[in-house]
Design a protein around this ligand. Structure first.
Ligand code: PBG
Length: 323
């Protein structure tokens, strides 16, 4: 009987041994925690489909961000807004005192060691819930670039550290870069949602942000889930237009895309572990069907192992508290 010379189990025999040779480990520094900010004061409105997540009024969000830093050691957040009023084009979000602009100012006034990423899109701000201006039943690309640039400017002026367009219009990175540069914000980076797929995994987010399209869907502007080469074209285009970081979204069903993007381009890659991915874990956890804590670590590790340098995840706070 012959025995194997190479025994891969040797390095798996103890925790210390495994810890020593682990290739990929998620750190607090890798993570960004998303928040939804709403009007009013004293509001902490639970989002039913996303357990542990809330619509926060600005006053309570400021305290929550302090707690995120203190209890979880997470210093990066992504903000979405639920405005007092919506309009046809999303112009409400281009105002100096738009809801997310006010939130950024309030947080920056009281918290110094936080990095704020501001999502730029019109779907939370339009009455019809689409990501841009509707002409003849479809989102008009070039008219939408105007509101996107306006919204980006308002957010940068309020103190956003990173501008993150999630609309999937063609040419938006260039339009936003030009507006920021002309406005004196040459140092504000753009994190482009470059390969953003038309996905059923965004369902819970649309409850949270009250941004579901009132007719049709987003498949004329977000990517088709069968496509992979096209993701590289999107990323290439965004880099050419001046993106500083590129994103793949969702993450789990698109790990192959993350890996292709990472191996093709030498630019930081962000992955968005989206609301539906989060809620599936929470639902299974609540039923006792899975070991939730271990699953969260495994999921985040897989996203990083695929090639993500940064992960946006609703698990960020609990992960930071638990590790
Ligand atoms: C806005 C936007 C969406 C998400 C992030 N930015 C929703 C959408 O495109 O419909 C989804 C995030 C999530 O599901 O967690 N366009």
């Amino acid at each position: 009987m012959s025995f194997p010379i190479t025994r891969l189990r040797r390095l798996r025999q103890s925790k210390l041994m495994r810890d020593m040779v682990r290739e990929t480990e998620v750190n607090r520094d890798d993570l960004i925690m998303p928040y939804f900010v709403c009007p009013g004061s004293g509001v902490k409105n639970p989002i039913a489909s996303m357990p542990g997540n809330f619509q926060w009024s600005i006053d309570l969000l400021v305290d929550e961000v302090k707690d995120l830093i203190q209890s979880a050691g997470i210093h990066k957040i992504l903000l979405f807004g639920i405005p007092e009023e919506k309009d046809e084009t999303g112009d409400v979000a281009c105002e100096h005192d738009a809801i997310v602009c006010r939130a950024i100012r309030a947080i920056k006034k009281e918290v110094s060691d936080v990095l704020i990423v501001a999502d730029v899109c019109n779907c939370e701000y339009t009455t019809h819930g689409h990501c841009g201006t509707i002409i003849d039943g479809d989102v008009d690309n070039d008219l939408t670039l105007v509101t996107l640039a306006g919204q980006a400017m308002a957010l940068a002026a309020a103190g956003a550290d990173v501008i993150a367009p999630s609309d999937m219009m063609d040419g938006r990175v260039a339009a936003i870069r030009k507006a920021l540069d002309d406005g004196g914000f040459i140092k504000t980076p753009i994190m482009a949602y470059s390969a953003k797929y038309a996905s059923s995994f965004y369902g819970p987010f649309r409850d949270a942000a009250e941004s579901a399209p009132q007719f049709g869907d987003r498949s004329t502007y977000q990517m088709d889930s069968g496509n992979s080469d096209e993701a590289l074209r999107e990323v290439e285009q965004d880099i050419a237009e001046g993106a500083d970081l590129v994103m793949v979204k969702p993450a789990l069903s698109y790990l192959d895309i993350i890996q292709r993007v990472k191996s093709t381009f030498n630019i930081p890659v962000v992955a968005y572990n989206v609301s539906g991915e989060f809620s599936m874990v929470k639902a299974a956890g609540a039923n006792g069907w899975i070991d939730e804590k271990r699953m969260i670590t495994e999921i985040l590790t897989s996203i990083k192992r695929a090639g993500a340098d940064v992960i946006i995840t609703y698990h960020a706070k609990e992960f930071g508290v638990n590790i």
